[in-house]
Design a protein around this ligand. Structure first.
Ligand SMILES: *[C@@H]1O[C@H](CO)[C@@H](O)[C@H](O)[C@H]1NC(C)=O
Length: 337
């Protein structure tokens, strides 16, 4: 009897969660925090360091914070793009931020030997630093068995090792300061598997391993660790995405008709997750969050569903495109190289 009640409770909660997150564009906790939690306004005057801030999710996370008077370090390779983002941040802040409150920091995250220098420069400029948001990275579209090992290594260098290196530097600083917050833009592909992105999915799972381990080590310190996991978002990420061949870029693009979240909304939800020091935030338009939830907590249902709808339909859900079409596109590119 006791176990029946518990079992029924789990099923009822599972259904409740799936239904409610179908109406939201995030996991249940983040959706709750967005309405009733601390507003990013609470971060006013704090200093946040964002990598990959010149476009996409990094850019829009910067805007979401700037609106509330959060001081920013905008890091990326393209200085002119960073200047554009900075100007927009100052405008959005409505006078809360002055020129010196947004630092443009040209840096290539792959150049790990320069991380310390860039980090020190940011701390020197503001006299302090509160949050590091590792956002820089590239996605991938490729057939698993065709991927060159060089691509796996390059993708890990960018999406994993550069993040780990910069985060360690930040942690040395936060340890001395006695408090701090490190975050990383992962992906729902870091929670479940994503087809046609083998190295990318592997790298995001590695990021979850690294950051979950760190969170346990720091659980009694005043250091917080946040994994931000967006699903499909409208950015130009398919342009720069890795394929299966070394040195190749996908040069793909998203379509306005795709089922994706706007980068603006994703930036806002990132800001909410950071303000409330969420451990792991799932972000995405229906149905990616309930799909992720069911995959993690009811794997047998996923197995059945995959049998019914097939991987290709699942992939369509991600890119709103047929995988065959995309792989064909890649093949064409390979012939061109
Ligand atoms: C980051 O990488 C550079 C280059 O390999 C290294 O010199 C530095 O010690 C690393 N930083 C940390 C904190 O591990």
């Amino acid at each position: 009897m006791f176990f029946t009640i518990i079992g029924a409770g789990v099923i009822v909660y599972g259904i409740f969660y799936t239904v409610v997150t179908s109406l939201l564009d995030s996991d249940l906790y983040l959706g709750f925090l967005d309405k009733f939690g601390k507003s990013p306004r609470k971060l006013k005057g704090k200093v946040v360091f964002i990598t990959g801030a010149s476009s996409g999710i990094g850019e829009h996370t910067a805007y979401a914070l700037a609106k509330h008077g959060v001081k920013l370090v905008l890091a990326a390779r393209r200085q002119n793009e960073l200047q554009r983002v900075k100007a927009q941040c100052l405008a959005l802040s409505g006078g809360q931020l002055e020129d010196k409150d947004v630092l443009v920091l040209p840096m290539d995250v792959l150049d790990v030997s320069s991380h310390q220098m860039h980090f020190d420069r940011a701390v020197r400029h503001f006299g302090t630093l509160d949050i590091l948001v590792n956002n820089a990275g590239r996605s991938q579209r490729a057939a698993w068995e065709q991927i060159d090992l060089d691509v796996d290594k390059q993708l890990f260098d960018l999406n994993v090792f550069s993040v780990v290196n910069l985060t360690r530097i930040a942690l040395h600083y936060f340890n001395t300061k006695g408090e701090g917050h490190v975050a990383v833009v992962s992906s729902l592909a870091g929670v479940i598997g994503a087809p046609y992105s083998g190295s990318y999915t592997g790298a995001k799972h590695a990021i979850h391993g690294y950051f979950n381990s760190l969170r346990l080590e720091k659980s009694s310190n005043n250091i917080h660790v946040t994994l931000l996991c967006p699903g499909p978002v409208f950015t130009n990420f398919l342009q720069e995405a890795f394929t299966e061949k070394s040195g190749q870029k996908l040069h793909g693009s998203t379509q306005p008709t795709d089922k994706r979240m706007t980068a603006e909304r994703c930036g806002h939800l990132n800001a909410v997750a950071l303000t409330n020091k969420v451990s792991e935030a799932w972000i995405g338009k229906f149905p990616v969050v309930p799909v992720t939830y069911v995959s993690v907590y009811f794997p047998i249902l996923t197995k059945l569903t995959l049998k019914l709808i097939g991987t290709d339909r699942l992939f369509k859900l991600r890119d709103s495109k047929d995988p065959v079409e995309i792989i064909k596109g890649i093949k064409k590119l390979i012939l061109q190289v």
